[in-house]
Design a binder for this molecule. Structure first.
Ligand SMILES: NC(=O)c1ccc[n+]([C@@H]2O[C@H](COP(=O)([O-])OP(=O)(O)OC[C@H]3O[C@@H](n4cnc5c(N)ncnc54)[C@H](OP(=O)(O)O)[C@@H]3O)[C@@H](O)[C@H]2O)c1
Length: 291
């Protein structure tokens, strides 16, 4: 039995679906108000619980061979925050899994996670990575770069289709190896069954590093028109984006994060999704306004 924690979210939901398609027995942790019908229907066992509730996690981990967790507080709020979910909640889960005798534990972290990071979210991820590595379970840490599926529509695709100017922060010329969520799904479901993934941190990026200006250029090629672009200083709000994303865009303008995926992609049989394919899929899935 594989317990997926975070299966009501984007990445965790796709991981649970893929495991079910492969015929794996899957249990998902759900909370009151979570949306999980689409997963429960094809056969996922559901268990009610919350990362903030240690007791619920012991029950969730009972009889489980592997845990994959993607849960995080970034898109939540209120009582679900970095301290209660990404730090305390993850600690609760790692400890409950180890106590329940879970053998495999796959933790979704993020590139840049570091127990000494000045960014609380990345600090919590780094602390959890350390806990997972010292838990006694056979662990794998997934360390993906920024998700195309979250960021590219928010920064460029959405405004472009809405006929609004794209807002870039700073120079927007730093290059990042954006990764498509389905690629991360493929690494997660492969890692959980491969002995060679045990004790490994998988740093996951896309096909090639690209800058925000290059993302705009890709949309211009595929839309066959120029996009109006405005630039704001680092720290200024970006219209339509939550403050956290504006801040992260400013941070992205201070470093490059290329990731050479040649070796990992070949070893795991996961060809990295190029930005052009992602943009093509995004435009096909979203109606274009009349010119
Ligand atoms: N976005 C990026 O660019 C990026 C980059 C690198 C790494 N990552 C990592 O990749 C993962 C992203 O997963 P995702 O896109 O699937 O996230 P998501 O869509 O925001 O889903 C969040 C999940 O966490 C669960 N959760 C939140 N608080 C919880 C709690 N107290 N107890 C139990 N579950 C709780 C949610 O459950 P409910 O539905 O019940 O709230 C939901 O299933 C995260 O770990 C993130 O840090 C993201």
């Amino acid at each position: 039995m594989i317990l997926v924690v975070g299966a009501t979210g984007q990445l965790g939901g796709l991981i649970a679906h893929r495991l079910l398609e492969r015929g794996e027995p899957v249990r998902i942790l759900t909370r009151a108000g979570s949306s999980f019908d689409a997963l429960a229907a094809p056969g996922a066992q559901t268990v009610t619980g919350d990362l903030k509730d240690r007791g619920s996690l012991e029950e969730a981990c009972s009889g489980v061979g592997a845990v994959i967790t993607t849960a995080n507080s970034a898109a939540r709020g209120g009582e679900d925050n970095v301290e209660t979910v990404d730090r305390g909640g993850n600690r609760n889960l790692v400890e409950a899994a180890a106590r329940a005798g879970v053998r495999r534990f796959v933790f979704t972290s993020a590139l840049g996670a570091d127990p000494d990071s000045p960014v609380p979210f990345l600090r919590a991820k780094g602390e959890t990575e350390a806990l997972v590595r010292g838990s006694g379970m056979a662990w794998t840490v997934l360390s993906p770069n920024v998700f195309m599926d979250v960021w590219v529509p928010a920064v460029v695709g959405g405004p472009a289709l809405a006929g609004q100017p794209v807002t870039l922060v700073g120079s927007a010329s730093r290059r990042h190896s954006f990764v498509a969520v389905p690629d991360v799904v493929a690494y997660a479901v492969t890692a959980v069954e491969r002995p060679e993934a045990e004790g490994q941190t998988l740093v996951i990026g896309g096909a090639a590093p690209v800058s925000w200006r290059e993302v705009v250029a890709e949309f211009e090629v595929q839309l066959d028109r120029e996009l109006p672009v405005r630039t704001v200083e680092a720290g200024a709000p970006v219209p339509g984006l939550p403050e956290m994303m504006s801040q992260l865009l400013a941070a992205q303008d201070t470093y490059d994060s290329p990731i050479d995926m040649t070796g990992l992609a070949a070893a795991y049989g996961v060809p990295p999704t190029p930005l052009s394919d992602f943009v093509r899929g995004f435009l096909a899935a979203n109606p274009r306004p009349a010119p």
